[in-house]
Design a protein around this ligand. Structure first.
Ligand code: ZN
Length: 348
């Protein structure tokens, strides 16, 4: 049973909004673009993993994607968690292209690039073991440690060449690639043959995990040592990404570069404000950020979004519906351009 879907990573949403809004030619732009490529690669790996895992028998496997928990002050994220009546399985997804070597001497992962350079990553086996410990810790602390916890490391690209500098291949038994995931899971089913809990206990576990799911709060400007002065204000053209569009009248904007006329491009602008500046907005802030000429127009636009709000008249604060923007769609998330997740403005 699919218990928790895979959302578009908040990091990706934030860095893409930042890339569009940052002043053109800014010296931080190459870093942001590099990070976006990395996050997209990771997300793609998680999507491929979710595609495989969602094929497992739904009566046997309770599936959770992207669980974020805190134990003893440590925030940790589990790409994919499977709960069965017999055991719990943590799967760590990796999307690393080329040739990678598991260095068993220093417990690190080395990628050999075509240009002769090398990149070093933390050994994902070490990461996955650490996640098992943290999850075990939080479940034990809450009297929910009924099931043994195991792990796998999944490489999403079948073209990845995996190597190791040891002859002891047992150290790689938790590592798999592509569809080999299914044979690894079959192997684990032969290890954990004894049912230890019933479905009701699994539902209790699921409720606990949901209520403790804590998405990390990210101040993206702070992460890149930027301030609001580095951000361009105005409505962004959904066609050519020019900022700012010019306000015409009757809640319509015109792009001076590509001539596109839009009556809803401001929605992405309000969302950018929430993502980059702060998670609330007033009428005055909205007018200033989106270059809206009058209080009345700004009020009508904010009303149109049906956002949660508090306070009244001038001091009214509007809030986003959801911080996490839970949408699962490769189409929306892996392409460039502006698409506002429906959860942002349709949720009532
Ligand atoms: Zn345009």
């Amino acid at each position: 049973m699919l218990m928790k879907d895979l959302p578009v990573p908040l990091w990706l949403i934030l860095t893409e909004a930042l890339k569009i809004r940052i002043i053109p030619g800014h010296y931080k732009l190459p870093d942001i673009e590099k990070d976006i490529a990395k996050i997209k690669a990771g997300y793609k790996g998680e999507l491929i993993l979710s595609h495989f895992v969602n094929q497992l028998p739904h009566d046997k496997y309770y599936i959770f994607h992207d669980l974020q928990l805190v134990h003893n002050g440590i925030h940790f994220q589990i790409d994919t968690l499977l709960i069965t009546r017999n055991y719990i399985l943590i799967i760590e997804a990796k999307n690393i292209k080329g040739t990678v070597l598991f260095d068993n001497v220093f417990n690190q992962l080395i990628r050999y690039n075509n240009d002769g350079t090398e990149d070093v990553f933390e050994d994902p086996r070490v990461q996955a073991k650490r996640l098992c410990k943290l999850l075990g810790g939080i479940l034990a602390a809450n009297g929910l440690n009924f099931l043994p916890i195991d792990h796998l490391v999944f490489f999403s690209s079948t073209k990845t060449i995996l190597k190791t500098n040891t002859n002891d291949y047992r150290t790689l038994e938790k590592v798999c690639k592509g569809r080999d995931l299914f044979s690894k899971i079959e192997g684990l089913e032969k290890t954990y043959t004894q049912p230890r809990v019933n479905d009701n206990t699994i539902i209790d576990l699921a409720k606990f995990l949901f209520s403790n799911h804590s998405p990390m709060k990210i101040d993206i400007l702070k992460e890149y040592s930027l301030s609001s002065n580095d951000i361009r204000t105005g409505v962004c053209c959904p066609k050519c990404l020019h900022i700012p569009m010019t306000y015409l009248k009757r809640r319509k904007w015109h792009c001076p570069v590509c001539d596109f006329i839009s009556n809803d491009a401001f929605i992405a602008g309000v969302r950018d404000y929430f993502l980059l500046i702060k998670p609330s907005i007033t009428n005055t802030e909205c007018r200033s950020f989106l270059h809206i000429p009058t209080i009345d127009t700004a009020q009508k636009l904010l009303f149109q979004l049906n956002l949660p709000s508090s306070g009244s008249k001038r001091g009214r604060l509007y809030f986003p519906h959801s911080i996490e923007f839970p949408v699962l769609s490769e189409r929306t998330s892996l392409k460039s351009g502006r698409e506002v997740p429906h959860a942002f403005y349709n949720k009532k």
